[in-house]
Design a protein around this ligand. Structure first.
Ligand code: FAD
Length: 404
């Protein structure tokens, strides 16, 4: 009997969790996993690479480590287009892949919302390479300061004070002494600023925790401004409007980093799949509404949370659960059984403010901050490594020094 062909596009949180379940539970299947990289990366840690707190190696591991030969064939290549009707996937430099079931888990990319100059003059932080590029750019500016004495070389402007922007400025604030040494200045000379159009920060946290975050960052000399809507980015300048006073303000900085938000993979639009910002509104079983053999999960999916009446946010925690549900539903379908609905019960959300500081809310609503919250963040990071890569990757790449 011919084996059932299952394609998995993307070896991020969602794709690898689905792979792990299918490899251990599905019978008579032939899996093809495709990712543009040879490695899986922990996208939740990009800010640490961009800030120079860790090397890229710390947040990546080889996909081949988790692929079971004989069941799964891993192809390192870029997916360009999905044809749901023909059941094929176009891949750069390879013959098209055919499938009986498909899991689309291609993740996110930085979104500029069409703001003039953002693509040209701001640095994205949406994969390992771009995160490394942010750090290299800033270091080059600091080194150049030694001779040029250009004050803008010491300034970083982070556009967008959401989860990503706040985690990034927290990590950078912690490294000010290191940056200062490279430029030959004092830590106080390094200027870190984060701006956002929203009137308040981190809406997923109670306001007292968001206030704590801003105060802790200010103590380390990092400034966060709300109600600053970005109109345009120029070479070394961000032009913003103070939404309260309508005053136009220019922030000059040698390093401008773009963290205003994300969209799903462009492969969704290129494949003509109906979506909003490349996020497909999937069924409660995570299927494409037009093709019940195609599952769309992680940051390329939008699924309604019946309780809030809004789609779930895009997070790694949710992507992992989606990976599990999609794989179990394929196995159920192959066995002629009814699949399960996606449900997510939050275990908690933690936003880091550097290596030893954070804010968080546990699943039961308990608020945490400081060392306790940062230790919790590291436990969550270790758990996700264990879930996708197993004990080996968790031991190799995990964070076990919880208080430093
Ligand atoms: P991804 O992790 O983006 O994986 C997608 C995979 O697809 C990648 O391996 C990529 O190489 C591959 N790929 C993409 N396009 C192609 C293509 N065309 N061809 C082949 N392969 C392709 N979430 C949390 O839950 N908690 C946090 O604390 C948290 N912190 C974050 C901090 C930062 C700085 C950032 C940027 C994000 C954070 N997130 C956090 C969000 C989280 O990282 C994402 O929700 C999560 O990565 C989505 O998982 P995914 O599997 O859908 O996609």
């Amino acid at each position: 009997m011919a084996k059932t062909k299952i394609g998995i596009l993307g070896a991020g949180y969602a794709g690898l969790l689905a792979l792990k379940v299918l490899q251990s539970k599905a019978k008579d299947v032939e899996i093809t996993l495709i990712d543009r990289n040879s490695y899986h990366n922990e996208a939740t840690d990009y800010h640490e690479v961009a800030a120079g707190s860790v090397n890229a190696d710390k947040i990546t591991y080889q996909i081949s480590d988790v692929v079971k030969p004989g069941i799964t064939n891993f192809i390192q290549a870029t997916v360009t287009k999905i044809d749901k009707e023909a059941k094929t996937v176009e891949i750069e430099g390879h013959e098209p892949m055919t499938f009986d079931y498909l899991i689309v888990a291609l993740g996110f990319r930085s979104e500029t919302f069409g703001i003039k100059g953002a693509t040209e003059f701001a640095l994205p932080m949406d994969d390992v390479e771009s995160s490394e590029a942010v750090y290299k750019h800033f270091i080059a500016k600091l080194e150049d300061y030694r001779t040029s004495k250009n004050p803008d070389n010491l300034k970083v402007l982070i556009a967008g004070a959401g989860f990503t922007g706040m985690e990034l400025i927290g990590a950078m604030a912690e490294n000010k002494a290191k940056y200062a040494k490279i430029a030959g200045v004092t830590p106080d000379d390094i200027e870190l600023t984060c701006i956002d159009a929203a009137p308040s920060l981190l809406p997923m946290f109670p306001s007292d925790l968001a206030d704590y975050a801003v105060k802790r960052l200010a103590k380390r000399g990092a400034k966060v401004f709300t109600s600053r809507g970005i109109n345009e980015v120029k070479d070394g300048v961000v032009v913003a409007k103070n939404m309260e006073t309508n005053e136009i303000i220019e922030f000059s900085a040698g390093t401008i980093i773009w963290t205003t938000g994300v969209s799903g993979s462009d492969v969704i639009a290129n494949s003509g799949i109906e979506a909003r910002r490349n996020r497909v509104m999937v069924t409660s079983q995570l299927k494409d509404p037009e093709n019940d053999k195609v599952y769309i999960i992680g940051d390329v999916a939008a699924v309604m949370d019946a309780e809030s009446g809004r789609p779930y946010p895009t997070t790694a925690q949710i992507a992992l659960v989606m990976g599990h549900v999609a794989a179990m539903n394929i196995i159920a379908d192959m066995n002629g059984q009814e699949g399960e609905d996606f449900k997510y019960v939050s275990q908690g959300t933690v936003c880091s403010l550097g290596n030893t500081d954070a804010i968080g809310v546990l699943g039961n609503g308990t608020k945490v901050k400081g060392y306790v919250a940062s230790a919790l963040k590291k436990i969550i990071m270790n758990k996700s490594l264990w879930e996708t890569g197993g004990v080996k990757e968790m031991l190799a790449k995990g964070r076990f020094d919880l208080y430093h």
